[in-house]
Design a protein around this ligand. Structure first.
Ligand code: GRF
Length: 202
């Protein structure tokens, strides 16, 4: 299966996928990353892709007159690589109607909280501020909401009294990277069905 991975930052989830595929081989893992896309230049995620010899593309919102045009450009840039599955791994923009029209049901996102708790761009900070005792990460399909699509898998992480946002986020990411590698591989190898809010991996 052909994966396009979308990033906005350090790209450690991307790196986890790259390392798993390099270790297992794309046949055994069931997928290869064919391109990496981003919404901004100069991020470590793009450097990781370049080091792996992968094609990259950048679609910056401010380069387009409207959000819809950005969304259509992102969809076209992604489509060019003929992906089977798109993995949003720390991609910090909400994809729109055009993107979902083309790739709906094939876009997987990872979120650093236990959805439906703490959706949005500050899930780690919000769980900490709320005084939650556990949080974690969620791998889910993207629908037309924000962090609202059908959940594929979740991992639980305890919140410690001494945690600050970055310490907690780092501990979440350790679980998240393993969860994402496992889920993407199973989706790619086994195929899946989405039945309402349920995801059935064959
Ligand atoms: C991940 O925890 C992701 O869930 C969140 O931002 C982080 C991105 O990390 N949206 P990286 O860019 O994969 O290192």
């Amino acid at each position: 299966k052909r994966l396009v991975v979308l990033v906005s930052g350090s790209g450690t989830n991307l790196q986890a996928l790259l390392d798993a595929i390099a270790t297992e081989g794309d046949e055994a893992y069931g997928a290869e990353i064919v391109a990496v896309g981003a919404d901004r230049e100069g991020i470590e995620g793009l450097a990781r892709a370049e080091r792996a010899g992968l094609p990259t593309f950048v679609c910056r919102v401010k380069d387009f007159a409207t959000r819809e045009e950005w969304d259509a450009a992102l969809a076209a840039a992604t489509e060019a690589y003929e992906p089977d599955l798109i993995v949003s791994a720390g991609f910090m923009k909400i994809v729109g109607k055009e993107f979902l029209a083309r790739f709906g049901g094939r876009v997987v996102n990872t979120h650093p909280a236990l959805l439906p708790s703490f959706p949005g761009a500050h899930g780690v900070r919000d769980a900490l501020a709320y005084g939650a005792r556990v949080t974690g990460c969620t791998v889910h399909f993207v629908d037309d909401g924000v962090d609202t699509g059908p959940i594929i898998a979740q991992g639980v992480v305890e919140i410690r009294d001494e945690d600050d946002e970055s310490a907690l986020h780092e501990r979440i990411k350790e679980v998240e990277r393993r969860l994402l590698v496992d889920v993407v591989g199973r989706l790619a190898r086994n195929g899946y069905r989405i039945e309402g809010r349920k995801v059935v991996i064959q």
